[in-house]
Design a protein. Structure first.
Ligand code: AMP
Length: 418
């Protein structure tokens, strides 16, 4: 029997106390996860009970395991999957996130006789069709490629039991609402629905209404807060001296694994060329890079073959780089909310990290906006020899409430019309 919430509060927080089965507990022990993260604590029992879940959680909170572990457990108890059928579908916005979630699913399900697979666009469709022939218990997919596969009769949803929508907010930001609507219309009405999103705007709530029923609502990150384990500060610096300052920081501190955020693809490419000249191994990851190049860059970064990964916000969204020690904002983001996503790449699941921003006088407005969103002034440090000639004005905290973004008009009726 699964424990109630009161029982959990009264007993030590262990994975076993959440009601997970022995094969899953074995994997958790091998992974050296000693205790569930807050989101896992709440979502695992709810999902095991068959409830719908709507969770506000960012990458780095342990959210992938929070849905994957109980799904594996539920599927292990059910009937066998038939050819070209799928029993659980995990929809994600990007190819990188798809590959990453699929890897977690395979790892967490290592001791269970379940089949999982991943499908996304930008690569050949035929091998994916072959994989689906035998039937797949857990399929991780991006929306466009899933619809292509469905159109070609490679996948059918008659056996679908569970739907997960991961990073729902980014899914809508990337314009996938039509695809989502089409996919939802193909699925059996009786199913368990799990929805994860870093933010819960009106638009996301409208989507949730069409998808989840009487959900258990979970919020582990108070909206717009930064992870407690991240230490973040900024260096005021002239624009033309940013490269040299970054090189100094990397060399002086012997940073071995640094994720650097740039505002544009061009800036990311320029920075990689600069690092090449300094004999610092780096790669860029952004929308103009082929799927192969992006996957390779991420793999090399994770394996410590390259020291610096330079990314744009869209490309970096949802990347899982375990225990990343260093994040650098070479530019502050256009969208202040992205500051939270960016520094969320470090200090993950209780491991502390550092996020450093290099801010020039031109970026004062962006800085003020970020400070308003996080409701704190970012500590300023001066690097000797890099004192800016163009002064970055002192900021004052703007405490006026931030109005929630109105859902975009054309999208709303479509979402509600499901
Ligand atoms: P996620 O939020 O799903 O991207 O997970 C962030 C990272 O936390 C991943 O590298 C996981 O392997 C790790 N992780 C997930 N759950 C736990 C846990 N209970 N204890 C320690 N690490 C965890």
């Amino acid at each position: 029997m699964h424990q109630t919430k009161t029982d959990i509060e009264a007993t030590p927080m262990t994975f076993a106390s959440l009601g997970l089965s022995a094969p899953i507990l074995k994997t958790i022990t091998q992974l050296k996860y000693t205790q569930p993260t807050p989101i896992q604590l709440e979502s695992i029992p709810a999902i095991l009970k068959g409830r719908d879940v709507m969770a506000a959680a960012q990458t780095g909170t342990g959210k992938t395991a929070s849905f994957t572990l109980p799904i594996l457990d539920l599927l292990a108890q059910g009937s066998r999957v038939r050819g070209n059928r799928v029993r659980a579908l995990i929809l994600v916005p990007t190819r990188e996130l798809a590959a990453q979630v699929a890897k977690s699913v395979a790892r967490y399900g290592e001791h269970l006789p379940l089949r999982s697979a991943v499908v996304f666009g930008g690569v050949k469709i035929n091998p994916q069709m072959m994989k689906l022939c035998k039937g797949i218990d857990i399929l991780v997919a991006t929306p466009g490629r899933l619809l292509d596969l469905h159109q070609q009769n490679a996948v059918r949803f008659t056996q679908l039991e569970i739907l997960v929508l991961d990073e729902a907010d980014r899914m809508l930001d990337m314009g996938f609402s039509d695809e989502l609507k089409k996919i939802l219309a193909l699925l059996p009405l009786k199913r368990q629905n799990l929805m994860f999103s870093a933010t819960f705007s009106d638009e996301i709530r409208a989507l949730a209404k069409t998808m989840v029923h009487d959900p258990v609502e979970i919020c582990v990150n108070p909206a717009n807060s930064t992870a407690k384990t991240v230490e973040h500060w900024l260096y005021p610096v002239d624009k033309k001296r940013k490269n040299a300052l970054l090189e100094k920081l990397i060399k002086d501190n012997d940073w071995q694994q640094v994720l650097v955020f740039c505002k544009t693809k061009q800036a990311a490419n320029r920075l990689v060329r600069f690092f090449e000249q300094q004999a610092i191994k780096s790669s860029a990851i952004h929308g103009d890079k082929s799927q192969g190049a992006r996957t390779r860059a991420l793999r090399e970064f994770k394996n410590n073959e390259i020291q610096v990964l330079v990314a744009t916000d869209l490309a970096a969204r949802g990347l899982d780089i375990p225990q990343l020690p260093q994040v650098v904002n070479y530019n502050l983001p256009h969208v202040a909310q992205d500051y939270i996503h960016r520094i969320g790449r470090t200090g993950r699941a209780g491991v502390s990290g550092q996020a450093v921003s290099l801010v020039c006088a031109d970026e004062f407005d962006e800085l003020a906006e970020v400070e308003r969103v996080i409701q704190q002034l970012i500590t300023r440090k001066i690097m000797k020899g890099f004192e800016p000639a163009q002064v970055l004005p002192e900021s004052r905290l703007d405490t006026r409430p931030i109005k929630p973004k109105k859902p975009k008009k054309p999208k709303k009726p479509k979402l509600l019309a499901q």
